[in-house]
Design a protein around this ligand. Structure first.
Ligand SMILES: [Fe+2]
Length: 284
């Protein structure tokens, strides 16, 4: 497999892969290994249909069904766009635009689910000419940057992740009562130890507070952890080309979209989300 490293800590491009072809089990295992090591895998020039996207994704596990209140709800696809059926750019106050704004916060997809996702696979369809990048932040490098005493202090900590938490900061009415009911807060380990490449922090916009601590102490601890995370140094920013396909490990990186610069142009991305197999803790 021909690869090219993209970032200092994370991200690698696989150059000789066409995801529409029949892919052997051996190749799938190889891609999984590369993803586990580099956390973000970029495959360019993949002009795929939604069915091909789903078929390729299912090589890596069962796919999550898109939750209520999201474009694509009930299907295996999440449609991320900033325009309506007629192609008109949505108003800044439209729910979809506000949700896009929420996606500009560092987050891990589905960390608000009892069994959070393993990986996401995003296909670029329409790309604005300026901005609208996706940035990925290594949570392994972030963990490694913590001083030893802080690592020990947080090793067995558990956090509450709540879908409403980050969204409410953007607009208190963005999360509907239906979504709130479908997505109650869940507990997740703060430090994950998923594989041989080391431990990683599990944080992001859905992380509300540390379990068993007062609000002040919890905020102080999360702020202390964040003070060691160098979001420039530990990250990789992807400038999209149409038909780029990116896979990322939701348990090893956070990600965010950057704003579209200048006049708002259309952006259309389609995502599948491979479900995790185990919760991060056993007591939800
Ligand atoms: Fe996301």
């Amino acid at each position: 497999m021909i690869t090219n490293k993209l970032g200092k800590f994370i991200a690698i491009e696989i150059k000789d892969l066409d995801v529409r072809e029949v892919i052997s089990k051996e190749t799938i295992n190889k891609i999984s290994d590369i993803l586990t090591e580099y956390s973000v895998v970029v495959i360019r020039n993949q002009n795929i249909t939604n069915d091909e996207h789903i078929k390729f994704s299912e090589n890596f596990g069962n796919l999550e069904l898109t939750k209520v209140g999201t474009d694509g709800s009930g299907s295996k696809l999440i449609i991320l766009r900033n325009f309506d059926e007629s192609g008109n750019i949505l108003l800044p106050t439209d729910r979809q635009r506000l949700n896009n704004l929420a996606n500009q916060e560092w987050h891990s997809d589905s960390s608000f689910k009892q069994i959070p996702s393993k990986l996401s696979i995003l296909s670029a369809k329409i790309i604005p000419s300026n901005g609208g990048n996706t940035e990925f932040l290594s949570m392994r490098a972030s963990y490694n940057a913590l001083p030893q005493d802080l690592k020990i202090k947080i090793d067995d900590k558990v956090c509450w992740h709540d879908y409403s938490h980050g969204r409410s900061k953007i607009d208190p009415n963005l999360v509907t009562p239906e979504e709130k009911q479908a997505l109650p807060p869940v507990k997740q380990k703060l430090v994950l130890c998923e594989n041989k490449h080391g431990k990683s922090l599990y944080l992001g916009a859905h992380c509300r507070n540390v379990d068993g601590m007062s609000e002040n102490d919890s905020n102080a601890l999360l702020a202390e952890i964040n003070s060691y995370i160098d979001t420039e140094k530990f990250s990789y920013s992807h400038v999209w080309e149409p038909f780029d396909l990116i896979m990322w490990d939701n348990r090893a990186v956070l990600h965010r979209a950057t704003p579209i610069k200048g006049k708002i142009e259309k952006r259309l991305m389609v995502r599948t989300t491979v479900a995790g197999q185990t919760p991060t803790i056993n007591e939800n």
